[in-house]
Write a protein that binds this ligand. Structure first.
Ligand code: GLU
Length: 557
C-alpha cells in the first residue's frame, strides 16, 4: 500500500487521537527486573455480570504460580465489549477476589485503587497502545482495511454453509485481503466505513504444535483467519486477540493462564505475536469446573444460568470459611493436595507446593459440594477457639442482629456456648459455614429459642402423646440436679426414664413393646427436644451444664 493511502487509513482509524510510537511505549514498559524463573501471571476477567467461581479458581492458581516463583500476579479488567459491560461488575471482581484473599500485586485493588507500574490495568484506558500496534501491523503489511458490508459478510457465510465450508473470514471469503490501492481509494472516496483486519500467515491444512503447561503438546491447525483487530462499533477499542498480545507483551506476562476455551485461538495469537516481532507466549489453559447435572447425572460445564454455584456471591453468602473454599479449589487442581491438607487443616495453604504440571490430570474437575462441606468442617473444627468465636460473631453481627445482640448481652455465657464440644480428641463437626451459627447456637438464648426453636417442638415430638411428654419432663426434673457430674446425671436420667415408662433393656422392649413407651434414647429425645427445640445437638449434659438450672427448668416445665 502506498504511504499516502496508508496515512489516510491511519487518520481514519485513529479519528484524530494521538498515538505514541512503539519506541515510546517500549520505554514506558521496560522488561521487568525479576529473579530467574519468576513468573508474571495475569487474571483477566471481563466485567459482564457476576463473578464466576472459575475466575476465583484461575485467580488462585495465578497467584500461587506467581508467589511460588517470586513473580507478580496482575489483575487486568477486560472491558472492551462496552455493550456487555455491567455497571459495578468491575468493583465486584476486585472486592470478591479480595474476599478470597486473591488480591493482585498489580492492578485493581479491593478498595478500588490501582497499583503497579505497567498500567493502566483496565483495557478501555489503553486505547492508544492498541492503536499503535494496529498501525504497526498495517505498516508492515500484516493488516489491511476491510470495507465489506454486513450484507456481504452474511452472503459469504451463507455461501460457506451451502458449500459446507468452515465458517470465517479466510481464503476466498477474505473479501478485502488482496485488494488494490485503487479499490481501497474508491471505497474511501465513497465514504464507506472499514475495519482493520489482521493478515494471517497460516494455512488451515497445516498443523502447528502448541506446547501448553497443562494440556501438554497440542496439535492445532495453523491460523488462516483474518480477524478484526479493532472493533467495528466505533469505540476504537481492540478485539480480544490484539488486546491479549499487546497487553501481555507490554505488561511482561511470562505465562498466560486462561480458560481452556481459548486454546483453539492460540495459533492466531502466535500469528499476531510473530507479526509484531513478539516471541509467542507460554500458555497454561486451565480446565473448566464441571458439575453433575441434577437431572441427567451427566458431567457438564458449570452453567451461569442453571447453577447458583457458578456465582461467587453464592459461596460468599453461604459463608464457608474462605480457607476451606480455597483448600477445596486447590484440591481440584492438584490431587496430592488432599493428603497434604488432611494431615493438619491448620496448615497455611501457602505452604502447599502447587504444581501446574499436576493440573494435567484434573480434566474438567468436578464440583462436589459435599466434599467442600467436609473440608469446611475440618477447617472449622481445627480452628483456634478465639478465631472461631470472632468469625461467628462477625457473621452474626452482619446477618443476624438479634442473635448477635443476645450473644453480646452475656459474653461469658457465649464463650461457653461457642466452646461446646470443640477441641479435644473428637471435636464437633456439625458447623460447616458461619451461616450455621443461628441453627447451631441460637437455642441457647431464650428469646431466640422461643421465637425460632420452640415452635418446632410439637412437630418434632408429634409421635409422643402430650401426657407422656409432660410426665417425662416432670420426672426428669425431679431427679435433675445441676451439680451432678455426667455419670450421676445419666443415672438420674435413667431413673426418670424408667419411672416414665421407658426402658434401657432392648430385649425386653423387643419382647413386649406394648409395655413401654420406648427406649431410653426415646426418653432422652423428649428432653433434648424440649430443652433445645432440635432433634440433633451436641452432648445434652454439656448443653445443660452451660445453660444452667434456671433455663433447663424453665424449658422443661
Ligand atoms: N477476558 C477474557 C475472558 O473473560 C480473558 C481471557 C484471558 O485470560 O486472556 O474470557
Amino acid at each position: 500500500m502506498n504511504t499516502t493511502l496508508q496515512q489516510r487509513i491511519i487518520d481514519e482509524l485513529t479519528k484524530g487521537l494521538t498515538v505514541p510510537s512503539c519506541e515510546e511505549i517500549e520505554q514506558r514498559y521496560p522488561p521487568r527486573e525479576l529473579p530467574e524463573g519468576a513468573e508474571v501471571t495475569r487474571l483477566c476477567p471481563s466485567p459482564t455480570g457476576f463473578v464466576h467461581i472459575g475466575t476465583i479458581f484461575t485467580g488462585l492458581l495465578c497467584q500461587r504460580v506467581a508467589r511460588q516463583s517470586g513473580g507478580v500476579y496482575m489483575l487486568r479488567i477486560e472491558d472492551t465489549d462496552k455493550k456487555r459491560e455491567v455497571e459495578g461488575a468491575r468493583e465486584l471482581i476486585a472486592s470478591q477476589l479480595g474476599a478470597f484473599g486473591i488480591v493482585p500485586d498489580e492492578g485493581l485493588q479491593p478498595d478500588g485503587s490501582s497499583k503497579g507500574d505497567y498500567g493502566p490495568y483496565v483495557q478501555s484506558e489503553r486505547q492508544a497502545l492498541y492503536l499503535t500496534y494496529a498501525i504497526e501491523l498495517l505498516k508492515n503489511g500484516r493488516a489491511y482495511p476491510c470495507f465489506a458490508t454486513a450484507e456481504e459478510l452474511e452472503a459469504a457465510v451463507n455461501d460457506q454453509k451451502a458449500k459446507k465450508q468452515r465458517p470465517g473470514y479466510y481464503g476466498e471469503w477474505a473479501l478485502w485481503r488482496d485488494r488494490s490501492d485503487e479499490d481501497i481509494e474508491t471505497a474511501l472516496e465513497a465514504g464507506k466505513s472499514f475495519i482493520l483486519r489482521f493478515k494471517s500467515s497460516g494455512s488451515h491444512d497445516k498443523r502447528v504444535t502448541i506446547s501448553d503447561r497443562i494440556k501438554g503438546k497440542v496439535e492445532l491447525p495453523q491460523n488462516d483467519l483474518d480477524v478484526p483487530l479493532i472493533k467495528s462499533d466505533g469505540s476504537l477499542l481492540p478485539t480480544y486477540h490484539l488486546a491479549h498480545v499487546v497487553d501481555d507483551y507490554l505488561m511482561r506476562a511470562t505465562i498466560i493462564m486462561r480458560g481452556e476455551e481459548w486454546l483453539p485461538s492460540t495459533p492466531l495469537h502466535a500469528d499476531i505475536s510473530l507479526a509484531l516481532g513478539i516471541k509467542p507466549f507460554k500458555y497454561a489453559h486451565t480446565p473448566v469446573i464441571s458439575i453433575l447435572d441434577k437431572e441427567t447425572q451427566n458431567k457438564r460445564k458449570l452453567s451461569k444460568r442453571k447453577d447458583p454455584e457458578a456465582d461467587v456471591a453464592f459461596w460468599l453468602q453461604k459463608a464457608h470459611p474462605i480457607k476451606a473454599v480455597k483448600a477445596y479449589l486447590l484440591g481440584l487442581a492438584n490431587s496430592n493436595f488432599d493428603d497434604w491438607f488432611r494431615e493438619d487443616p491448620n496448615k497455611d495453604l501457602d505452604d502447599f507446593e502447587f504444581s501446574l504440571d499436576k493440573l494435567k490430570t484434573s480434566r474438567s474437575p468436578l464440583l462436589d459440594m459435599r466434599k467442600l462441606e467436609d473440608y469446611a468442617k475440618d477447617v472449622i473444627a481445627a480452628m483456634p477457639q478465639e478465631h472461631f468465636n470472632k468469625q461467628i460473631l462477625a457473621w452474626t453481627e452482619v446477618h443476624d442482629k438479634p442473635l448477635f445482640d443476645a450473644m453480646m448481652a452475656d459474653p461469658e455465657y457465649t464463650k461457653d456456648v461457642l466452646a461446646i464440644e470443640r477441641g479435644g480428641e473428637k471435636p464437633r463437626k456439625d458447623v460447616a459455614k458461619w451461616s450455621d451459627a443461628p441453627e447451631q447456637f441460637g437455642y441457647f438464648y431464650d428469646e431466640i429459642f422461643s421465637e425460632r426453636f420452640a415452635p418446632a417442638i410439637d412437630e418434632l415430638l408429634s409421635d409422643v402423646p402430650a401426657d407422656v411428654i409432660e410426665v417425662s419432663c416432670k420426672n426428669f426434673l425431679e431427679s435433675y440436679n445441676p451439680s451432678h457430674n455426667k455419670d450421676k446425671w445419666l443415672e438420674a436420667m435413667k431413673t426418670a426414664a424408667v419411672t416414665s415408662g421407658y426402658t434401657f433393656d432392648r430385649k425386653a422392649l423387643k419382647a413386649n413393646p406394648e409395655q413401654f413407651h420406648g427406649h431410653l434414647a426415646d426418653f432422652a429425645r423428649i428432653i433434648r427436644v424440649k430443652v433445645t427445640g432440635k432433634a440433633n445437638t451436641p452432648d445434652l449434659y454439656a448443653i445443660m451444664q452451660i445453660m444452667g438450672e434456671q433455663r433447663v427448668v424453665g424449658r422443661l416445665k
